[in-house]
Design a protein around this ligand. Structure first.
Ligand code: NAD
Ligand code: TYD
Length: 351
């Protein structure tokens, strides 16, 4: 059987880095990228590999039953790496149903197709579901999320991801579907849609616009460079035992305000501004409803079992990220017009 792998959400932020890594590293595989191209999907993210002989793109919706059934009928996928999802917490607060459709219904639809078409031959196959640390809920000032931490999702986004994780595990328990799951902390890096904190702040600093900080900026996130997440996904896909879950994180916790202060400092240098200039743009705005205080991952299992560690120190990763956004102004300009402007005005209208 030719090693054909379906990657969903490959035109998005993390998915594009995973597709690139697999296409370049495994010329003997056939990588099929399935993406609906929602507002967050952008084929520009993978334009460097779209002519590769081992790559193809299919536009479609994971929650479309007939379409997914046809795709599995036509293709004998050896594996699925499932990243397609609605991914932004703030949008989930405005429109939870969109998250149920994409994240819950879409995932179950893929599971059903894998179950139907792989049924008599699970050998050598795997269904790898990419999830988030947000399913574990929120931490206080101490402690970490472990693989066996109880689920306690608190936003519509994390509730939809938690639900999809439960379905993935239930399909292994009930139908013996060969599954693997990983739960990762906040990613940063090139190609992230500028509704998320870091690209939004980089773009606003560049354009001398206020940097919106929710509440007092005391919420804590554990940041990981996106390429290190893609490396972990590669290792888990190839090496993890069936049925296992791995937590992935950067050992890199920052309060939002300290992170933005550091960003401002680096941006001052990059833009040739006087020190302290960009930080004047910091603007405290209304807090996110139900804002999770802290996420922090204990990633010792993947380190011990699979030998994965983050390759970049945060300061280095942050600098690479800033350079990428400054060097790819056209990518940003194409995004921050039209529908994005409407989203932005509506999202930050009360401040
Ligand atoms: P993203 O929003 O940048 O990209 C999501 C991609 O999925 C887009 O290309 C979009 O077009 C596609 N998509 C959405 N709905 C679809 C549908 N119904 N059918 C087909 N394609 C659809 O998201 P991301 O940040 O790259 O996240 C990817 C995955 O990783 C998600 O499952 C997310 O929950 C998970 N994750 C993200 C982070 C993070 O920090 N960004 C951390 C941990 C886990
Ligand atoms: P985000 O990038 O949306 O990721 P997540 O909510 O999945 O962690 O937000 C990261 C943190 O930054 C989170 O605590 C919310 C905060 N935040 C702001 O303070 N201002 C903003 O404009 C955005 C988008 C996020």
């Amino acid at each position: 059987m030719r090693n054909k792998i379906l990657i969903t959400g490959g035109a998005g932020f993390i998915g594009s880095h995973v597709v690139r890594l697999f296409v370049n590293k495994y010329p003997e595989y056939e990588i099929v990228n399935l993406d609906k191209l929602t507002y967050a999907g952008n084929l520009e993210n993978i334009s460097d590999i779209d002519k590769a002989p081992n790559y193809s793109f299919v536009k479609g919706d994971i929650s479309d039953e007939q379409f997914i059934d046809d795709l599995f009928a036509k293709n004998d996928f050896k594996g699925v790496i499932h990243l397609a999802a609605e991914s932004h917490v703030d949008r989930s607060i405005t429109d939870p149903m969109a998250f149920i459709k994409a994240n819950v219904f879409g995932t179950v639809n893929l599971l059903n197709a894998a179950k139907k078409y792989w049924k008599d031959d699970f050998e050598g196959r795997r269904f790898y579901h990419i999830s988030t640390d947000e399913v574990y809920g929120a931490l206080g000032e101490t402690g970490f999320f472990y693989e066996d931490t109880s689920y306690d999702p608190k936003s519509p986004y994390s509730a939809s991801k938690a639900s999809s994780d439960h379905f993935v595990r239930a399909y292994m328990n009930t139908y013996k579907l060969p599954i693997v799951i990983s739960n990762c902390s906040n990613n940063y890096g090139p190609n992230q849609f500028p509704e998320k904190l870091l690209p939004l702040a980089i773009n606003n600093i560049k354009n001398n616009k206020p940097i919106p900080i929710y509440g007092k900026g005391e919420n804590i996130r554990d940041w990981l460079y996106v390429v290190d997440h893609a490396r972990a996904i590669d290792l888990i896909y190839h090496k993890a035992e069936i049925g296992k879950t791995y937590n992935i994180g950067g050992h890199n916790e920052w309060t939002n305000i300290d992170l933005i202060r550091l960003l401002c400092k680096v941006m001052d240098k990059k833009l040739g501004r006087a020190e302290g200039e960009s930080a004047k743009l910091i603007s405290y705005v209304t807090d996110r409803a139900g804002h999770d205080l802290r996420y922090a991952i204990d990633a010792s299992l993947i380190e011990k079992k699979l030998g994965w560690v983050p390759s970049l120190q945060f300061e280095e990763g942050l600098e690479k990220t800033i350079d990428w956004y400054l060097d790819n102004q056209k990518w940003m300009d194409r995004i921050v017009s039209g529908a994005y402007e409407d989203y932005y005005k509506n999202m930050y209208k009360d401040n």
